[in-house]
Design a protein around this ligand. Structure first.
Ligand code: ZN
Length: 439
């Protein structure tokens, strides 16, 4: 993949990157995840980490690697009626190998379709049970002949490693923003690939700035990858002051912020303020539930990290979810672009979310005398700027960050930030600490 500057990361580039990752047969372990992480390495300098199969990770064990070659079913005339060459979803991911001729009755329990979506192939996995099977459209299932059938899954499970990608971008503070996205789905676009490329794009953007906080990006296979990262990095989690799981960000639905376990953390309010500003009619705030993606692991009670999830369509609630219809046509470049815009706005808001102290707190300082009412150019609404000055002065008592003032005032964080900068310049305000230090 090409390595453009972050400003060249637009929806088209994100879509192009996704289409290069789309055909790779991924799973929770094995060459597909490695190849995908290597492709991402071409655009962001992430480190590919590995943990050996059999390693105990919290209550789990790192599984063997799954090496897949091909899977197909032939009818009694030798015609291939199902073939993984046409879709990776045709084989149940992590299937055990099989190579035999069986009757229709023996084959049927190994076949999975969705009767309500007769043209779609479902996505199924069998990571932790030694089974094999095929997924096919219900149309294909209904047209199955009398048999017998030759079934072949050419795959092996062998000792190896679990891979995840990690990228750390140091900031002025050691406090960390944690971004996690899963890397294990074999051929789905929105659920998985959109999160991977957007996390990479955000990392590229952050690395070209001087961030106030440090940022850590992890690209992990779902569930076992997050658990493995947590098990191997327990000393790092205390630095995490906020974070987001990113997935499902290329479809046309409104944005959804799923709150952290506590529900009222700094990051919850900050992301909400950005969504109110940038997608006012196009977002919803969802309460925490112990289901979903890897926020489940990060928000388990022992860790209880302030990590929420940003998505568009919510898993399990849209018909294309975990089917062959979550494909490259399901994601739109302009939607990826919008998602990237929101993520950059979140990063900007994090950078500017400081707690200030009013240095002239006894009655209002005389702003007109200092030329502050006309401090901004003609493009800024002077009435709004004046209100931003007054809100920042009034609330800056060393206990309220700009994102908290945004919530109270209904003004965007960046407008309050402009006002704060002018007030600092005129020695009416001083920065006390970053908002994350208030937690
Ligand atoms: Zn999924």
């Amino acid at each position: 993949m090409p390595t453009p500057k972050s400003k060249q990361w637009d929806g088209q580039f994100l879509l192009q990157s996704m289409s290069e990752l789309f055909p790779i047969m991924r799973s929770i372990t094995g060459p597909g995840v490695r190849e995908s992480l290597q492709k991402l390495q071409a655009i962001v300098p992430l480190e590919i980490c590995q943990v050996a199969s059999g390693t105990a990770v919290l209550d789990w064990t790192v599984p063997d690697e799954w090496h897949f070659n091909e899977a197909w079913i032939e009818d009694d005339s030798g015609k291939r009626i199902i073939d993984s060459k046409s879709s990776n979803l045709h084989v149940i991911n992590f299937s055990s190998p099989v190579d035999k001729t069986i009757s229709r009755e023996e084959l049927l329990p190994h076949l999975h379709s969705i009767p309500e979506r007769p043209n779609s192939i479902p996505y199924r996995t069998t990571y932790y049970a030694d089974q094999w099977g095929f997924c096919l459209s219900d149309k294909q299932l209904q047209s199955l002949g009398p048999g017998p059938f030759r079934v072949r899954i050419d795959a092996i499970k062998k000792t190896g490693v679990l891979n995840y990608g990690e990228l750390f971008i140091p900031g002025a503070s050691q406090q960390e923003i944690f971004i996690s996205t899963h890397t294990c789905h074999p051929q789905l676009a929105n659920d998985n690939l959109s999160g991977m490329v957007l996390a990479a794009a955000l990392a590229a953007h952050i690395s070209e700035t001087k961030p106030a906080l440090s940022w850590r990006f992890v690209f992990v296979p779902g569930t076992i990858g997050a658990i493995t990262w947590l098990a191997q990095n327990q000393e790092k989690v205390s630095a995490i002051t906020g974070g987001m799981v990113l997935t499902g960000l290329g479809d046309s639905s409104a944005f959804n912020w799923k709150c952290t376990r506590a529900g009222n953390q700094w990051i919850d309010n900050l992301v909400q303020q950005v969504l109110i500003e940038c997608a006012p009619e196009q977002h919803e705030i969802l309460p925490f539930t112990p289901y979903g993606y890897d926020e489940r692991q990060y928000c388990s009670p022992g860790f209880n990290l302030p990590i929420g999830r940003l998505s568009r369509a919510v898993h399990g609630t849209f018909p294309e979810y975990h089917t062959s219809d979550d494909n490259m046509e399901f994601v739109r470049p302009e939607k990826l672009d919008e998602s990237l815009h929101i993520l950059k706005k979140v990063a900007d808001a994090i950078n500017s979310d400081w707690v200030y102290r009013n240095l002239s707190p006894f009655a209002e300082p005389q702003l007109g005398r200092r030329g502050l009412y006309s401090a901004l150019g003609a493009n800024v609404d002077p009435g709004k700027f004046q209100m931003a000055l007054l809100w920042v002065l009034n609330q800056s008592d060393g206990n309220h960050s700009l994102s908290v003032i945004a919530e109270r005032s209904g003004m965007p964080i960046h407008e309050l930030d402009e006002a704060a900068k002018q007030l600092v310049k005129h020695k009416l305000l001083e920065a006390v600490m970053h908002a994350s230090d208030l937690q």
